[in-house]
Design a protein around this ligand. Structure first.
Ligand code: FAD
Length: 299
């Protein structure tokens, strides 16, 4: 099976490194994505995932890129699959199409409505939560199913306890592992893992990490995900002023140190949000490699 590599690494206790991309909107964007993929091949990630939009042509682009990752780059793809705007039959059909091109790994999500989808309501009796996608994928015989987790709680959840209860439902329905929302404070991640374990979530919880490479990015991350940014990092970035190279240097040094701390303290791997660029991840990997946290064979 194509996703054996993910499970094998997880169960052998080897760190699972993975990269996340989004479907490009233009031919130029697609060329940049393909260039990034090519440069990341030597790092032999356990899998490469591609996000799935709430509607429109980007959805078809996701399918095209997911299939291409396997066929053209020999990497293990994982398709994000959201239930927003889909019926159960459509989700089953997408899974069938993915299976036809050899893809059996799904990141099961609810998704967020975009401007086109407006105030989204599920069709009567239709899928409403990621849990419904997990169940559909499992019933359809999908080999590997991952789900999202939120160390700083999902923005709509009243509290972390409630959100964790729903995470457990997804895992109990058959999710093999969890990928987290991005965060910058590792203590928040380890506390999340502790509380998840306390209520019986036993599957691996892979931290999702975003390298900061531009000024202003961090404020955007905070607005989008509600993640707390450590004061120390904010101060260091502010001190860079207009010096873009220095911002990048600080952002990548922070990211490398954050990843090393995560791995040292027992995180099962790192899922990188790449923003379709390879340079930042390659820089961080070079540090992890030099510190003995990674080699291409994972031995
Ligand atoms: P769910 O697990 O369904 O949770 C959504 C909300 O409902 C939460 O507040 C939860 O507490 C609550 N909830 C869950 N189950 C129940 C229930 N039974 N009853 C009542 N409340 C419930 N978005 C995209 O559109 N495309 C992507 O490709 C994408 N990729 C992502 C990748 C990662 C690693 C992460 C962390 C997020 C990604 N997202 C993506 C964003 C995600 O879709 C949004 O955060 C979305 O708002 C929630 O999705 P979910 O799968 O976590 O939903």
């Amino acid at each position: 099976m194509i996703t054996d590599r993910i499970k094998e690494r997880l169960y052998r206790g080897l760190p699972v490194f993975s990269f996340e991309f989004f479907p490009p909107k233009t031919a130029q964007g697609e060329a940049a994505l393909r260039a990034a993929l090519k440069k990341l091949v030597p790092l032999q990630p356990a899998f490469v995932s591609v996000t799935y939009g709430a509607g429109g042509s980007a959805r078809a682009t996701t399918r095209k890129i997911v299939c291409s990752i396997r066929q053209d780059y020999g990497l293990t793809p994982m398709a994000h699959l959201t239930c927003i705007g889909h019926t159960y039959d459509e989700i089953r059909e997408l899974i069938r199409q993915y299976r036809e091109c050899g893809i059996t790994g799904i990141l099961a999500l609810r998704g967020d409505p975009d401007r086109e989808s407006g105030d989204w309501q599920p069709p009567p009796g239709g899928p409403k939560y990621a849990l419904d996608v997990v169940r559909t994928a499992r019933a359809a015989g999908v080999d590997t199913v991952a789900v999202a987790g939120y160390p700083e709680k999902h923005p709509e959840a009243p509290d972390l306890e409630t959100d964790l209860r729903f995470l457990k439902e997804k895992v109990d329905a058959g999710a093999d592992f969890v990928i987290t929302q991005l965060f910058f404070n590792n203590d928040v991640y380890f506390e999340f893992v502790r509380r998840a374990r306390e209520i019986g979530v036993t599957v691996p919880i892979i931290p999702g990490i975003m390298p900061v490479t531009r000024a202003g990015q961090i404020e955007k991350f905070h607005q989008l995900s509600g993640c707390v940014i450590p004061r120390r990092l904010v101060k260091q970035l502010e001190a860079c002023g207009d010096d873009g190279d220095r911002v990048r240097e600080i952002g990548l040094a922070y990211c490398a140190a954050q990843c090393m701390d995560l791995l040292r303290r027992g995180a099962p791997g790192i899922h990188f949000f790449t923003l379709n660029q390879s340079r930042a991840c390659r820089t961080v990997f070079a540090v992890l490699h030099s510190m003995g946290f990674w080699d291409a064979e994972g031995e």
